[in-house]
Design a protein around this ligand. Sequence first.
Ligand code: HEM
Length: 414
Amino acid sequence: MTVRNRLHDSTLAFLRDGYAFILRRSERDHTDVFKTRLLLMPLTCLHGEQAAQLFYDPYRFERRGAAPARAQKTLLGEGGVQGMDGEAHRVRKQMFMSLMTSERLRDLKNFTTAQWHAAAVKWETQSQVVLLDEVQELLCRAVCRWAGVPLRAGEVSLRTADFAAMIDSAGAVGVRHWRGRVGRARAERWAAGLIAQVRAGKLKPDQISALHVIAHHRDVSGALLDEHVAAVELLNVLRPTVAVALYVVFAALALHDFPNAARQLTEGGQAAREHFVQEVRRFYPFFPFAAAKVRQDFEWRGHKFTRGQRTLLDLYGTNHDRRVWGDPETFRPERFREWNGSAHNFIPQGGGDHFQGHRCAGEWITTALMQEALHFLTEEVKYTVPPQDLRMSLRRFPARPASRFVVHDVRRSA
Ligand code: HEM
């Protein structure tokens, strides 16, 4: 019997445990590393802070060819920064990080604040508001403006729907998956058209905007990006910013479900708001894991890693690791007063270094937009949360409350 055949296939456990699949098995077997098969594909699973440190070692793991094809056709696209390594990755990543200055973050926050206020005026006239849908749309308007991307009024709902479909489809099968493919194909055509117009001088976005920077970026070879790749990278800024709407909904859910934490928030000022946002990102599920391939053979904790082997790092489970968090299933923002700031134990958006590694380029945007949303939901408006199905399944990727969080009676505070 070959090693491959001996590997236990975990597809059923994965379908049962969803986001908690690696965590459950790691806790059960008291291990941070195990080999298994998912849908017949052999892979190694890593869990916890030390395993995350290993995973982000660029001499041991690489990203080329690591992303599942289904995710490339929907969420990620092909040819983008996620699948790059070495110097080529560093140069491409620098392009993204150059957009993340404090001035540019402030601009995005200002554009978003304006959108929140405009939305609240509209919500006051509505009998009910589906928060996830509305926040996706307002973030779409704000990020397009910030990125130098023209968006006609009649176009907003189509673009928002395409971004939402890409986000919703990577872990799905059937109609939901295909909606993501269609959304990606249409969005890539649109984004490639924008890149072409900028290069032809027909569209002149601000020099500091993402559209300008990406259209004129030169890769490690000194060449402009292929038009399609530039489109993928532009979408790598727009789509995940719209995805922050899910975290905003989780924050609203936390305000609703944990009134004590909500009360402390109003008394605790900016620091309390920051801790609340961190706890939302730790507590709620978003991406279950990150994927890489072994770059060269090595051994870790008695396990052999062989070149080319697919490896998953447990993002959700590492944020719920009892050894670090003690009571991981309790929502307790004040735990972040004591947090040691490790780059590898709190990894909702990946771990390691933003500039050198694959850690999320938009982490600062994410926390800034979440803090802004939290301020708005607690200080600028009042609303009621009617009875609805707020259950979230850990077996749905991405997880979200079934009702998409409905609110009633929105009133702007005096
Ligand atoms: C990468 C999560 C928001 C841009 C990632 C990764 C995760 C992640 C898990 C992969 C880390 C890895 O492979 O090791 C999230 C979540 C977000 C979010 C949960 C909130 C909704 C954003 C935003 C932007 C962004 C707002 C840009 C404006 C990127 C890019 C990468 C990335 C460009 C690829 C980085 C690389 O491969 O070097 N994100 N992200 N993300 N994210 Fe985010």
